[in-house]
Design a protein around this ligand. Structure first.
Ligand SMILES: [Zn+2]
Length: 187
């Protein structure tokens, strides 16, 4: 369980992807273990991944709190929600080089900590680091009404609004169509 490349940015991107898969739009919808494993793999989790339905259930509870961080209306609220997560889940910082990875800082209890604890601590630390670096919210929810996917905001410039280039261009096309209809109303 590592931060790929040891970087808070990569861990924040992974936190957004895990929150997206663990928090479907309909909270009653089941989340498949295989889907969570796939996201972990895509974000560089090394070695065999042993994940059970019980792990996923616990991870979903943590992901709901992470979702609230991405949904925060201001930097101060995001900071407050991250502090609550850290207070609930984090222990003293320690260096880990597990599985032959580069030395990196963990705030979970051990390299054998449950997945939910790992998700809470690695995500909250990464998002907190990003918030402090950028003095801004560490992410958001996609502004496309039919998407609302959480994303990490790594940019230095204006606040990011969409989860992907696809959603940004879809929104541009939709706005253009709305304007065209206003100028040339259908009769
Ligand atoms: Zn989107």
């Amino acid at each position: 369980m590592s931060w790929p490349g040891g970087s808070a940015a990569a861990a924040a991107v992974r936190a957004a992807a895990l929150t997206a898969v663990l928090c479907p739009a309909d909270p009653g919808e089941p989340v498949a273990v295989a889907d969570v494993v796939q996201v972990l793999r895509e974000h560089g989790e090394p070695g065999p991944i042993e994940l059970t339905d019980a792990d996923v259930t616990q991870m979903r509870a943590v992901a709901a709190d992470l979702h609230a961080v991405f949904a925060a209306p201001s930097t101060a609220v995001a900071a407050r929600r991250l502090n609550l997560l850290l207070r609930a889940h984090a222990g003293p910082p320690r260096l880990s080089g597990h599985d032959g990875t580069a030395w990196h800082i963990h705030v979970d209890a051990s390299d054998r900590a449950p997945w939910a604890e790992w998700l809470a601590t690695s995500s909250a630390m990464a998002l907190a680091t990003l918030l402090a670096d950028r003095q801004a919210r560490p992410g958001g929810l996609c502004a496309a009404a039919d998407c609302r996917r959480p994303f990490a905001d790594l940019g230095r410039g204006a606040r990011r609004r969409y989860c992907s280039a696809t959603c940004a261009s879809r929104a541009r096309v939709a706005a253009y169509r709305r304007r065209s209809r206003a100028v040339y109303p259908k009769v």
